[in-house]
Design a binder for this molecule. Structure first.
Ligand code: ADP
Length: 229
């Protein structure tokens, strides 16, 4: 297994005040890392750093050679998204290819093929002409996931992707994300849904009290949570 992302001695701060200190973890090819932490523990700040939107005060985030931060497919929290824009499903998914297009002013067959492939993978190709804002919450998440896959397929970063979804849509989302992971895409998922996330994770990072509370496998995490190693 090869690392695609390594975080070493990372410290993140706002105005000189540390939010996270000395964080260490890595993500391997095909990995599924779940990040847990109380509200205010620094999960969003860590995500910003992984996307290169926040500079470390100390330490380093290293991506696999040849990979750039814009190669990380990102699904933001639903609350941060404009859910009502009047675009079709096809337009939303296709817009995920924008960062691959360079200075070309229009989509070519290559971008359209990428969008179609990811829509088929997520079984939403028949929704192509639907208006995004008319979809259910679960369908919207599939569309946004297909969009994220168009911008990157070696690493996906998902920020609380099931919050706001009903249990059936949540189960459906986990099924889809496991399918994507099984096909070789590494996943980092911030989640509050400990029970379900542990069943899909390959590694767990728990942050709190400014630092790493735990990093290891779900099995080791469950043993630790039970109070003994
Ligand atoms: P989480 O995502 O785990 O809820 P955040 O990363 O949003 O946590 O926040 C971690 C800490 O950093 C909190 O104490 C929060 O108040 C602080 N914080 C977050 N964003 C900013 C900012 N832009 N300026 C100053 N402090 C911030």
């Amino acid at each position: 297994m090869k690392e695609i992302l390594t975080v070493k001695n990372l410290t993140l701060s706002y105005e000189g005040k540390n939010v996270l200190e000395n964080i260490n973890f890595d993500v391997q090819e095909g990995d599924f890392l779940v990040i847990f932490g109380e509200n205010g523990s620094g999960k969003s700040t860590l995500i910003k750093a992984l996307l290169n939107l926040k500079m470390p005060s100390k330490g380093k985030i290293t991506l696999r050679e040849g990979m750039r931060h814009c190669d990380i497919g990102y699904l933001p929290q639903a609350a941060l998204l404009e859910q009502n824009f009047p675009a079709s499903v096809w337009e939303v998914v296709l817009s995920g290819t924008l960062n691959k297009m360079g200075l070309k002013p229009f989509y070519t067959k290559k971008e359209k093929d990428i969008a179609k492939k990811n829509m088929e993978l997520l079984s939403i190709y028949d929704l192509k002409r639907e208006c995004f804002r008319n979809l259910s919450g679960g369908q919207k998440q599939r569309v946004l996931l297909a969009r994220a896959l168009c911008s990157a397929n070696s690493l996906l970063l998902l920020d609380e992707p099931v919050s706001g979804l009903d249990p059936a849509a949540t189960a459906d989302f986990y099924e889809v994300i496991c399918k994507i992971n099984d096909a070789g895409t590494a996943v980092i998922m911030v989640s509050h849904d400990v029970h379900s996330s542990l069943s899909v994770a390959k590694h767990v990072l728990h942050i709190g009290a400014k630092t790493t509370i735990f990093f290891g496998t779900p099995h080791e995490y469950e043993i630790e949570q039970m109070g003994g190693r």
